[in-house]
Design a protein around this ligand. Structure first.
Ligand SMILES: C[S@@+](CC[C@H](N)C(=O)[O-])C[C@H]1O[C@@H](n2cnc3c(N)ncnc32)[C@H](O)[C@@H]1O
Length: 247
């Protein structure tokens, strides 16, 4: 793998448990889209799979599918690999790859690609490369399923508690807020705290850059590659299918 700076090197330990709420909330909507993918059309790619909550949903929703889960972050890939290894249904059907998506060797034909909570890690230039590449690999009827998280334009996002859960004697709390950074990015500032009763066990402060993408921008950048953008499910989910235009 080429040099990869991991924005999750500290927060990766907390991401899987804290993003579980998103998956609980949107699993049905995501699964509805997955069931529209063509059968036997190549592996379904879970791009930036994180700890594999989406990978598991893909595999469970499509029991005959092979899944290629791509995850460059070491802490997150460790969670992913264990989740796959422990599940006798997933183990023979899910391949885990540690490249970043732009340098990963994708199969010539893919039966779909899920990019959940991922798109903001790619600059406009990188997304252009991605659309160019994926347009040639998507099997007929296959699509990219992605979400456009808020904010879709650079703006201030007040600090809020995004997740709190209790495991054993300890509580795990994640806080998030963002500031505009230039014309197309925000800087997310995250705090992860672990408490046992009143005692603070640890606090990790993490900041990372996120490229904002609106539906309009997504349509404009997909079109030159012959790709259409179609909203999927309730607008609040921010989910879209990106698929090849029928000729
Ligand atoms: C917010 S997490 C979402 C994880 C997972 N998709 C989910 O929804 O549970 C973003 C993920 O994208 C991964 N990622 C970031 N840059 C990437 C890249 N260039 N190629 C592939 N994955 C990337 C991160 O390592 C992280 O796992």
């Amino acid at each position: 793998m080429s040099e990869y700076h991991d924005p999750y090197d500290r927060s990766g330990q907390f991401l899987d448990i804290m993003i579980a709420g998103w998956w609980e909330h949107h699993a049905t909507t995501v699964a509805d889209a997955l069931r529209e993918l063509p059968a036997d059309a190549g592996p379904v790619v879970d791009a930036g799979a994180g700890g594999g909550l989406g990978t598991r949903l893909i595999a469970r929703t499509l029991p005959a599918a092979h899944v290629l889960a791509i995850e460059p972050s070491l802490p997150l890939r460790s969670v992913l690999l264990s989740r796959v290894a422990e599940d006798p249904d997933l183990r023979p059907r899910v391949t885990v790859d540690g490249d970043d998506l732009l340098s990963a060797r994708l199969p010539d034909r893919i039966g779909g690609l899920v990019a959940a909570n991922l798109i903001g890690h790619f600059s406009p230039y990188e997304r252009d490369r991605l659309w160019e590449d994926l347009a040639t690999r998507l099997a007929p009827g296959a699509f990219v399923l992605l979400n456009l998280p808020e904010p879709v334009e650079p703006e201030h996002v007040g600090r809020t508690r995004m997740s709190e859960l209790r495991i054993g004697e300890r509580s795990y709390t994640g806080w998030a807020g963002a500031e505009p950074a230039g014309t197309e990015q925000v800087s997310w500032h995250m705090t992860y705290e672990v408490h046992e009763g009143d005692r603070l066990i640890s606090r990790d402060e993490v900041s990372y850059a996120w490229w904002t993408v609106s539906e309009k921008a997504l349509r404009a950048e997909a079109a030159p590659h012959g790709l259409l953008v179609v909203p999927h499910g309730p607008a609040a989910a921010g989910l879209f299918k990106v698929l090849r235009e029928e000729k």
